[in-house]
Design a protein around this ligand. Structure first.
Ligand code: FAD
Ligand code: EPU
Length: 343
């Protein structure tokens, strides 16, 4: 691996933060890790995929390795499933389209999520009623300390809502090299979530297919989420909070309009976008939605997305996120947890 110095990370993060990494390398395949010497043992190291879930608040005084391990392979099949292994550096959405083109079902609802295949297990990506864990089979990862490759199954990964072991006990320990999914040969359609059905009706689809669902999801996402090429962002900045039913019941008395996601246990998931929309900066405006200070803002179509209008710094975005959380806490008594990784 060639090690470059003082490299701008602007092309490598979707918030488009203008920061530098002291050292920077591209990882083309797993074997490049074997003889690699760390530039300095005392510096941190970080794996970067598409940089679509990261907010850089300062220059990175360490070594960034950008994962570009490629390759998609059908490794096994039976009557019901096909097992597909993809290199961690494959673009997630291109991988989704590749599977749809072969009629392999299960990830069509996850269309248009930015980033890489290798990052998909880190927060167990999810959208429109499907999560990665629903089709995940296993992954191979390089243990940075032991310098060996291990295979981890779904139960090893401890997937949860926007969560996995890679954000907890295994944080910063592994470099994910490839991911194997178990996809359906005969599709099971998920169309109950959000506006998928309405969108399919609008598209005048005669026969339901994974291709049609993918297109419906693409249409919905394009209408409400900013394209990072046009406007820097990292998707939902916060997770949707899970609150106790008791707290929900007292909130709903005060705020009868408060929406919630269907829940199967004692917790209720509340859309953070609604909470943020119904709080404000305290400068006379009633909502954060559409708020802008210099180049840091809260997106006008989706309050859960913070945006960089051009020259915002990571610290400005971070400060805005702190103010938003504080006002949500003050009005609703709910703590928002960040989804985006702060570096
Ligand atoms: P990065 O941002 O590069 O990295 C994220 C974290 O994973 C970092 O901590 C990094 O060190 C670690 N990491 C990355 N690759 C590896 C690896 N190979 N091995 C070990 N660690 C690694 N997410 C959703 O779940 N659902 C959505 O609907 C969704 N919509 C989005 C919409 C927009 C417009 C944007 C900008 C983002 C959205 N996201 C969504 C968030 C983001 O796309 C996902 O979290 C995605 O999986 C991040 O991939 P990445 O390659 O860009 O990861
Ligand atoms: N809402 C508002 N105002 C807003 C935004 C949302 O009131 O400005 C309310 C509305 O009631 C709306 C509800 O929130 O019906 C849900 O909004 P939306 O469908 O846009 O979904 P979300 O909960 O904001 C979550 C994920 C997204 C994922 C979509 C679709 C989280 C943190 N976010 O967003 O994931 O694409 O659902 O499944 O779970 C991401 O993780 O980066 C991401 C974009």
């Amino acid at each position: 691996m060639k090690i470059q110095e003082n490299i701008s990370l602007k092309p490598y993060n979707t918030f488009q933060m203008e920061v530098k990494s002291r050292y920077f390398s591209v990882l083309p395949d797993a074997s490049a890790l074997e003889d690699q010497e760390i530039p300095s043992q005392n510096l941190p190291m970080m794996i970067l995929g598409g940089g679509s879930n990261i907010l850089f608040t300062k220059d990175y005084n360490g070594w960034i390795i950008r994962n570009e391990i490629k390759g998609i392979e059908e490794i096994n099949e039976d009557n019901k499933y096909v097992y597909v292994k993809a290199g961690a550096g494959e673009n997630w959405h291109r991988f989704v389209l590749y599977c749809i083109s072969r009629n392999w079902a299960g990830i069509e609802n996850l269309s248009l999520i930015p980033g890489t295949v290798g990052a998909s297990p880190i927060q167990n990506i999810g959208a429109y009623g499907v999560e990665l864990k629903d089709v995940f089979y296993c992954l191979e990862a390089y243990h940075r300390h032991d310098r060996k490759i291990v295979t981890l199954t779904s139960s090893d990964c401890e997937f949860g809502y926007r969560d996995s072991i890679f954000k907890k006990n295994f944080k910063d320990q592994f470099i994910i090299l490839n991911v194997t999914l178990r996809l359906y040969k005969h599709p099971v359609f998920h169309v109950d979530y959000g506006a998928i059905k309405q969108e399919l009706e609008k598209m005048k689809i005669d026969e339901l297919s994974i291709h049609a669902i993918s297109q419906a999801v693409i249409n919905i996402r394009s209408s409400k989420l900013p394209d990072p090429e046009q406007l820097g962002n990292a998707g939902s900045f916060f997770k949707n909070p899970l609150i106790q039913k008791l707290q929900y019941n007292s909130l709903i008395e005060k705020f009868p309009e408060l929406p919630s996601y269907p829940s199967k246990n004692e917790f209720v998931k509340i859309p953070a976008g609604w909470l943020i929309e119904h709080c404000g900066p305290g400068d006379g405006s009633a909502t954060w939605k559409g708020f802008r200070r210099a180049d840091a803002g809260c997106y006008s179509q989706q309050a859960l997305v913070l945006v960089n209008y051009g020259k915002a710094t990571g610290s400005e975005i971070f400060r805005l996120s702190e103010e938003i959380s504080a006002s949500v806490k003050k009005k609703f008594g709910i703590n928002l947890e960040r989804e985006v990784n702060i570096v």
